[in-house]
Design a protein around this ligand. Structure first.
Ligand SMILES: *[C@@H]1O[C@H](CO)[C@@H](O)[C@H](O)[C@H]1NC(C)=O
Ligand SMILES: *[C@@H]1O[C@H](CO)[C@@H](O)[C@H](O)[C@H]1NC(C)=O
Ligand SMILES: *[C@@H]1O[C@H](CO)[C@@H](O)[C@H](O)[C@H]1NC(C)=O
Ligand SMILES: *[C@@H]1O[C@H](CO)[C@@H](O)[C@H](O)[C@H]1NC(C)=O
Ligand SMILES: *[C@@H]1O[C@H](CO)[C@@H](O)[C@H](O)[C@H]1NC(C)=O
Ligand SMILES: *[C@@H]1O[C@H](CO)[C@@H](O)[C@H](O)[C@H]1NC(C)=O
Ligand SMILES: *[C@@H]1O[C@H](CO)[C@@H](O)[C@H](O)[C@H]1NC(C)=O
Ligand SMILES: CC(=O)N[C@H]1CO[C@H](CO)[C@@H](O)[C@@H]1O
Length: 799
């Protein structure tokens, strides 16, 4: 008993002694030869002296294998930047050891080797996790025998160099670190290129982006100031890959070939440098190529997104893979796995009149270059539809300017391409498709079959039989001939081709009797709903209270023009209901609400995200003004009308409703007369209403987005700061624009861009509409392709 007590006391004493010693030793700097870590729940790791980086095992999924990796250890995400065994995960109990003669040696619990460094010359004395994120194995002569920087996986860090013949291979997906579908390689000839990999083989297929520096390229350098560039052998800079240097003192940085094939430079505020002490985020600084969707164009392989899939640029210009209408992901857990038709594809059987069972859904600005087997010119769009319908090999047709391309399975290189005016005509089975049009009758054929077989069976004599058969055959031929002239199944969609007509009852059911209200305006109320027959897809149903009498007949026409818009920064209209008194519009549901709540709540969204919102809104508006067949003026641009989807892409809503809702809106106008809002002055001055009214509203919105406050804020102490637009112009005059974002470190770090955006906003809110730039110019100024000159006083027009 006594000895047990003694032992416990001794143990306690030893522990209290040990703990301080252990924590001194904790930032392992030198790990001597013979040291090891076991892959188990203890999560042992070797840290760099600053604690920024750790080397050790990471369990990839609960109960799954272990990855021997290096990661950022002081941030919540524990982002992995290197790994040894990405394609061969280690089982629990595996051991990594530094041995004198072979360097690193990773063995499974039974002692079978999984991975080793296999050094040419032996004599490793110690290893060290450095503060740069590099793990080195060092000889007794202090020579570096091996370093993780020499064999990168998908990431490079500041201070790292890529030599000729070395490259990065993307991960398979966001959560699966095994080698994926893309490669960045500094070729031996000096060209830096992005390749698609012939997954799962290791060979590369096709270059989709390169620096064209064969003969001169020497090294890719990620320097300590956070610049990534390609140099020539004599040290001159050949190509700047990421120029927007953020300080490495304040930010962690990494450049990674992401699983979607885009090379991105991210920054993350170091602990102690975050705004208002909240944990930071990886923010995107730069990326290339600018549009991967349009670059991958190879005859073999699937494109950027997988077979039968469509690629479109989304948030931060990220490629977004989605399936054509009537198709769904081949593997629901992998967005890049391609899409399968949700219907039985057309059977090649002359007798079965399959054509009557198919119809088309139009997807404007969508193309699948490279899967065509037939091209017709000059033909009309209707001809193109019928030709694809009548051809059982035709999976879809693409139509552009008198030319019709028939495409076959599997479709590859699908992308959204708004530049060419192309349109994909997706062929889907009517009675087994997600968007089933109403009114078609696929059973007609069966009746004729009955007539023929019936009369054959009824006849008794052979002669009579033959006679009946011939008569029936002739009758059948005539019917068939007439029918194929009349048969135009795609016209069943009543001219509104890519949206659907809902019955009021359907929408009542979808919204559970208009139960959950999402928002409510002067002339409409929005409800949340789900579509049962489309995998419970969420929708937003806008119920228009009362539309003006004179536009009642125009409702369909107006809906039709809205439905023809297609842009990633516009909320997509899925359908409508026009039944009796009821006028409803059905939109895709925007999970993250409006940017008003995003911006003006207590936690400030990060600066880079706000910049993206400004870009997205400008792009959406620019499309409405410039690229629609009939120009759409929104008339009500404000933060409440810019919504965020699940990946925080900003999309403009309620466009095209101005005409339907005008009477109520003018009433709103008179009420707010005199206060400075989003409303352009020409509304009060009897001036013609042009697209410039949206430019004005965008200017106010832009100020709110970048300054992260409302235009009118009565709770401020200084009376000059109540109206943001006035305050901004005052600050501009005094050369003190930084005051607008005094407590926003991220914006201050990017002050040049901030100041430029304020100037653009001041241009937009000129009282004189003719001084305001159009949206295209605004977009170019935001993007930096047009210089921003000093704006005049917005109110000079009045005075
Ligand atoms: C690690 O080992 C090297 C070479 O023996 C030595 O110069 C260095 O001071 C050691 N670092 C630490 C933190 O012990
Ligand atoms: C090891 O890490 C995993 C995941 O990171 C965590 O769930 C687990 O609790 C950790 N185990 C220990 C003993 O810290
Ligand atoms: C240290 O290096 C020298 C030569 O560089 C070698 O002869 C010697 O054996 C090494 N010592 C150890 C302990 O590895
Ligand atoms: C990762 O993806 C590869 C390739 O599809 C697959 O073989 C592997 O099983 C996946 N690993 C995990 C942990 O899901
Ligand atoms: C360095 O090399 C590049 C490419 O080989 C060449 O264009 C450039 O003129 C060289 N510059 C100097 C200063 O030698
Ligand atoms: C990094 O590269 C940029 C661009 O070439 C240069 O301006 C900067 O001085 C470099 N920084 C360091 C630490 O070499
Ligand atoms: C269409 O039919 C196929 C085959 O029977 C089935 O797998 C698919 O789920 C159906 N699609 C729809 C939308 O009902
Ligand atoms: C876009 C993104 O990654 N946002 C994250 C930023 O950090 C907060 C908390 O640290 C997360 O909740 C967000 O999801």
């Amino acid at each position: 008993m006594a000895s047990a007590v003694f032992h416990r006391t001794a143990l306690y004493f030893m522990l209290t002694l040990l703990v301080p010693i252990f924590s001194v030793a904790q930032p392992y700097s030198n790990v001597s030869s013979g040291s090891s870590i076991i892959a188990d729940d203890a999560n042992g790791s070797w840290l760099s002296p600053s604690g920024d980086f750790a080397f050790g095992f990471r369990q990839i999924s609960p109960g799954g294998g272990y990855l021997l990796a290096i990661w950022f250890d002081r941030i919540q995400e524990k982002t992995i930047i290197w790994s040894a065994n990405r394609n061969n995960l280690a089982a629990q109990g595996s051991k990594i050891q530094i041995s004198t003669d072979r360097g690193f040696q990773l063995d499974d619990p039974s002692g079978q080797p999984i991975w080793a460094t296999n050094l040419a010359s032996s004599g490793v004395v110690y290893g060290a996790m450095l503060d740069t994120g590099n793990f080195v194995l060092v000889s007794n002569g202090s020579a570096v025998l091996w370093q993780s920087f020499d064999s990168p996986t998908d990431t490079i860090l500041p201070a790292q160099i890529l030599n000729q013949g070395v490259g990065l291979v993307s991960s398979f997906s966001e959560t699966n670190y095994s080698s994926g579908r893309f490669r960045l390689l500094l070729q031996l000839d000096g060209d830096l290129a992005l390749y698609t990999r012939n997954f799962p083989m290791d060979n590369s297929i096709d270059v989709y982006w390169d620096t064209k520096t064969a003969g001169s390229g020497f090294q890719v350098v990620f320097n300590q100031s956070g610049f990534v560039f390609l140099t020539a052998k004599n040290g001159t800079l050949l190509d700047l890959l990421s120029s927007n240097g953020a300080s490495t003192g304040q930010y962690y940085q990494r450049a990674v070939l992401d699983y979607d094939g885009v090379f991105r430079h991210y920054v993350y505020p170091k602990p102690g440098f975050t705004t208002s002490g909240r944990p930071g985020n990886w923010s995107l600084l730069n990326f290339l190529p600018s549009n991967i969707c349009s670059l991958i164009l190879q005859s073999s392989g699937s494109g950027a997104c997988g077979f039968n899939s469509i690629c479109s640029l989304g948030i931060d210009q990220r490629p977004n893979c989605f399936c054509p209408t009537g198709y769904s992901l081949a593997n629901p857990n992998d967005r890049m796995s391609g899409c399968k038709p949700d219907f039985i594809v057309q059977v090649c059987d002359q007798e079965s009149e399959e054509t009557s069972h198919f119809s088309f859904v139009d997807m404007p600005n969508t193309d699948f270059p490279g899967s065509d087997y037939n091209r017709f010119q000059p033909v009309g769009e209707d001809w193109c539809r019928q030709a694809c319908l009548d051809d059982c090999f035709c999976a879809l047709a693409v139509y552009r300017a008198n030319t019709c391309w028939k495409k076959k399975y599997p479709l590859s290189n699908g992308r959204v391409d708004s530049s060419l005016g192309v349109k994909a005509l997706i062929k889907i089975r009517i009675n087994n498709a997600t968007l089933s049009p109403t009114g078609s009758n696929p059973n007609k054929r069966n009746r004729y079959t009955l007539i023929v077989t019936g009369s054959v069976l009824l006849g008794s004599s052979v002669f009579f039989n033959i006679l009946t058969f011939v008569a029936a055959f002739l009758f059948f031929l005539r019917l068939k001939g007439r029918k194929s002239k009349m048969l135009r199944p795609y016209t069943d969609l009543a001219g509104i081709v890519n949206i659907r007509s809902f019955s009021f009852k359907e929408l009542q059911e979808a919204t559970n009797g208009f139960k959950e209200e999402l928002g409510c305006g002067a002339c409409s109320t929005v409800y949340k709903g789900t579509l049962k027959n489309e995998d419970g897809r969420s929708i937003a149903v806008k119920k228009l209270n009362k539309i003006a009498k004179e536009v009642d007949q125009e409702f369909k026409a107006e809906v039709n023009s809205i439905s023809r818009t297609n842009h990633k920064n516009l909320v997509h209209l899925l359908g409508y209901c026009d039944e009796g008194e009821n006028r409803l519009l059905v939109y895709e549901y925007m999970r993250n609400g409006s940017i008003a709540s995003f911006l003006f709540n207590n936690s400030r969204p990060n600066w880079y995200r706000r910049v993206q919102i400004a870009f997205s809104t400008a792009r959406g508006l620019c499309y409405l003004h410039e690229d629609c067949s009939t120009q759409i003026i929104h008339c009500d641009i404000k933060p409440q009308n810019v919504l965020l989807d699940e990946s925080l892409v900003a999309k403009i809503s309620d466009f095209g409703l101005a005409k339907l809702l005008r009477p109520d809106q003018t009433r709103t106008m008179t009420r707010i007369r005199g206060t400075r809002g989003y409303v352009a002055p020409e509304w009060f001055r009897n001036l013609p209403i042009t697209a410039k009214v949206d430019v004005y509203s965008f200017g106010i919105l832009l100020l709110e987005v970048i300054c992260c406050r409302r235009n009118v804020e009565t709770s401020v102490t200084n009376v000059n700061e109540v109206i943001l637009a006035d305050w901004a112009y005052d600050c501009h005059k005094e050369g003190k624009l930084h005051l607008l974002v005094a407590d926003d470190e991220e914006a201050l770090d990017d002050i040049q861009r901030f100041e430029k955006f304020v100037l653009i906003a001041i241009w937009c809110i000129q009282e004189d509409p003719s001084l305001r730039p159009n949206m295209k110019r605004v977009l170019h100024m935001l993007e930096g392709s047009v210089e921003v000159t000093l704006p005049p006083d917005p109110e000079s027009f009045m005075n």
